[in-house]
Write a protein that binds this ligand. Sequence first.
Ligand SMILES: Nc1ncnc2c1ncn2[C@@H]1O[C@H](COP(=O)(O)OP(=O)(O)OP(=O)(O)O)[C@@H](O)[C@H]1O
Length: 687
Amino acid sequence: MSEASEKQAEIAVEQEHVDRVYARLDELRSEAQAMRDKSYEYGREATPEALNERDVMLHHAIRTLQALNAESEGLVFGRLDTGNGDVVHIGRLGIRDQRFDNLLVDWRAPLAAAFYQATPEHPQDVIRRRVIRCSRETVVDVSDDLLDPDRASSDMRVIGDGALMAALTRSRGETMRNIVATIQKEQDEAIRAPESGVTEITGGPGTGKTAVALHRAAYLLYREQRKLGGPGVLVIGPSPVFMSYISRVLPSMGEHNVELRALGEVLDGISTARIDDPRTAEIKGSSRMVKVLRRALRLPPPEAPESLQLFYRGTVLKLEADELKRIRRTLHNKGGQPNKFRMKAADALLEALWQQAKSLAGGDFQPDRDQLITEIGERIEFHRFLVAWWPALYPMQVLRWLSDPERLARAARRLLAAEEVDLLAKSWASLGDSAGAEWTVADIALIDELRTMIGPPPKRPARPEPDAEQPRRAVNYDEYAHVVIDEAQDLSPMQWRMVGRRGRHASWTIVGDPVQSSWPDPAEAATAREQALSAQRTHRTFTLRTNYRNSAEIFEHACDAVRDLVDPDDLPTAVRTTGVEPDVREVAADDLAAAAREAALDLLERAEGTIGVITTMSRRDEVRAWLSDVDDSRLRVVGSLDSKGMEYDAVAVVDPDGLATESTTGRRALYVALSRATQFLTVLKPA
Ligand SMILES: Nc1ncnc2c1ncn2[C@@H]1O[C@H](COP(=O)(O)OP(=O)(O)OP(=O)(O)O)[C@@H](O)[C@H]1O
């Protein structure tokens, strides 16, 4: 039999099994639908037991339907032939036939582990591992690894040479795909690591860190359903574009109970993708800001009255500015959240008024403490004063007050230099009126810090504040059972504090590559990270060493950007050669626009999938304008920071030297930009 017909014969064998799986899937779907309908009927009886049973049934039916209805692509993707003659098919979920025998084993089940872990050196009783590629319900390809040739029977066919290479050569779409069929052994170890404590996954560009983190989330949800199902799993990444890029991976595996948020979206009620210039972001992210904010809270609100004066039984009682200042200081020195201190503030003012009244006593004026406190405490003028002098605070409003350079300078005394105060005040002064629209990603961590320092606003504010943050989830909405942080090397100290608050009782998966870091002070970030995770006892690290994204030719060029900065061990190895070298060109500065257009059009012509044009953050809009009339939805023009974590089939990097010098970590940003392409890379250097 020829090679092609052998392959067709094996495809036909697998098709038969895939048909059985889909037929069974239809049956299960009908059963789940029937269960859902029945659970509604139970609810009509309305006894507590019936309602409880209804909820359990409904929950189960809906979860089952969600899993069954997830994209059918890749439902069956693997097969193991074992030493005792068993055949195990592996899939996106587990399916049994009516006799309760396995038709398909969930990739996360222990029985499927050998699919990822068996090697020729340690075959784990696996003779042949087969990857099955389907297009919808049709088998289109099979590809085998023979792991234990000595035990293979003479009629066992072995087809193809490597599903991984085939997967890596395929062009990429708009969104990342799941890799369940081709997870590699070193990746599988990180995916299946125990849930508890901190699991850290490091490795260079394209080593599959993001893919691994997402598959780990799916694995943990399957294995620790009870623990993680309630408070859920939170995945945090650098930008909304990145979150959208990875958004299909978990649903494609039937997992929906995961919240994806970019760093600018961590806080409910506000969302932003705006990025500060590198210097401003550096100051806003520094842990010095904790003290600055704490001090800012101790300052009187901008409109606070400077004295309190009222008549009491014919005598003037007056608290002067110094006295008010002293009372404010004493209140703050007690610690705690100012929004919870309003009653205490009222008590302290009344006590000070009483002390004064006592000192003025004489003649007809013989005040009584209890009487004075009750009487003045109920007066509307006293309440008006209190509301102005110790108002309910809202984090965004407090931050906006710091657009006043004098106020900020007072809060930042001996913490920030004058130039730093100027930059911050200017950044907040430029905020428009529309709430939230123009905050930056770095501001979100400051707002969250303030939210924690200030405490929740009183239950019913007299006037609803436009800034009030309304939680979407009712109870402890910002706590999760498992938190995944992607591109963790870029989190600022303030962002570590913010994400730490999302998982005080959680387990963690932290994914990053120090070589790609754009945070200028890694030691400061490391300290903040240690504090954020201080409750965790277990810490395990996995390092991925193979770059699956770039061709070897492209990655070689990308590494030149950082070779003298890093330990060679921190650079992974690219496994795929294409014979296509990056196209690196010098162009006269005046010709750059035309060259960028030409490069983009050329790449659109040559590559099948997505094309990224990456430039400096400051030139992003200019380059977008150059390409505005190129009408092709496969083209993206992004700044260096927007390209973090992203992947394109072809990339044009415009102005690499500009990228390298745009910030103190510019060379690392250039390394990121140059390592985004799977197939083609063009680099345009203005001469
Ligand atoms: N085992 C695998 N099988 C098939 N494709 C894989 C495998 N591992 C990784 N990939 C692919 O390699 C590409 C890079 O993966 P991913 O984005 O997860 O890498 P990363 O380490 O997060 O990269 P970066 O640090 O540059 O953001 C993706 O297209 C991913 O699907």
